[in-house]
Design a protein around this ligand. Sequence first.
Ligand SMILES: Nc1ncnc2c1ncn2[C@@H]1O[C@H](COP(=O)(O)OP(=O)(O)OP(=O)(O)O)[C@@H](O)[C@H]1O
Ligand SMILES: [Mg+2]
Length: 455
Amino acid sequence: MNLQKSRRKRGVILTPQGWEKFQRARTEAEDCDNDGIRYTLEALSFRIGLDSDTLCKVCDRQVGVDKNTLHRCFAAFSLFLEPRDYYRPELPSERVAELGAGRVKVRRDWDEAPDCGVFYGRTEELAQLESWILEERSRLVALVGMGGMGKTCLSVKLAEQIQDRFEFVIWRSLHHAYPVKELLAGLLKFLANDTEVNLPETVDGRISQLIQYLREHRCLLVFDNMETILQGCDRATDLCHCMGYYGEGYEGYGELLKRLGETPHQSCLVLTSREKPKEIALLEGAILPVRSLPVKGLPAAAAQKILTANGCFWESLNDCNQIVDFYGGNPLALKIISRTIQTLFDGNLSEFLQQKPGVFGHIRYLLDRHFERLSDPEKEIINWLSSNHQPASFSQLREQISPQMSPTNLLEALESLTERCLIDKATPKFIDKGSTLFYLQPVVREYAISSSLSR
Ligand SMILES: Nc1ncnc2c1ncn2[C@@H]1O[C@H](COP(=O)(O)OP(=O)(O)OP(=O)(O)O)[C@@H](O)[C@H]1O
Ligand SMILES: [Mg+2]
């Protein structure tokens, strides 16, 4: 309750983007409604219905104002206030916040979170995630995508952007595959401000204690690299029932996700993974507070920035776009090829393109790791799509592959490949009345062809 009061006192401030939006609308209104003459402070106060002191605070952007004030300012110019248009001024990290009966510190533990200083694009993804977490109060959010797509960086940027809305921010990489009991012990200790905690013996007991904290405090937890504790598919099996399931000894993570998704609390767990954990697949939905965001390649403009920032140039923009398409806008792949282009072609991307580069070095290693985890039906689909040059509909796949594979296996395998973002789908517009088509990203197709040739 006292924390609520302190937040109200801090209020919100327009971001540069929100300020620009407001200014643009104001200038347009001056042109249309005021013969191009700038509004005086009084005229602006009258139009918005706010006293001039408050309006000065909005325009100075030095101290916070009530969020409704910003809503009024925006509504006066027919604008809609979005989460990215405002922020809450940063709390000094060690500031003491009043909470309930006791006093606790606002605390952050970034653990091994990487520094993602150079970061392009992703504004839509960040706005979507911010809206799920801050406006819709999602409790569990998964960022799922192929290796190198930028899931970790996106999670760091997101957490940095919304950190001041939480009392605790805890970022953990699961790369070291901690047993869940150990991970929970670390979280509980941190949440108890490193004071003596009475740790329950069982995983269930520790999850209950964690949920208690997540109810009493607004916490943001980020678990990176969740795929580390998921099992790959058993090559021998024909089924892909293993997709999104846990490796031996890590089943407790499933229980943790399930309870964090199902039980009411005021916190949020964001996780990144190359594969979607099964709890997310089962719980997510438009009205449930469990969401997943497929992290896809960067659009051309952002991808070009990565290439130029890494010393590449090109003779025609088409050359650059061909490279970006081939590597599916994967930021890691683009950084890797930039290094090769620098070393071997003095930064000339067009010259590199003429060599028909294909899949090499770390990009091959990355795809090897993905392919190792595929089941036989998944491999069969990828091989068929790579040899068939056109995208294919589900019925085409069924006709071509199904004699050897049951329709159920085909469905499961296709779903798991799409969720891992190894297969893309193009959904024709309703008016076309066509079927959804499945296709491989060029780099995945090239990899599949070269792997089948080398077998
Ligand atoms: N939006 C971006 N702009 C610029 N560089 C980016 C962007 N996103 C990611 N990168 C860079 O691409 C590389 C891969 O990003 P990241 O580690 O976040 O990928 P990932 O999806 O988490 O991969 P993995 O599945 O292997 O964990 C990093 O070097 C990162 O700095
Ligand atoms: Mg990562």
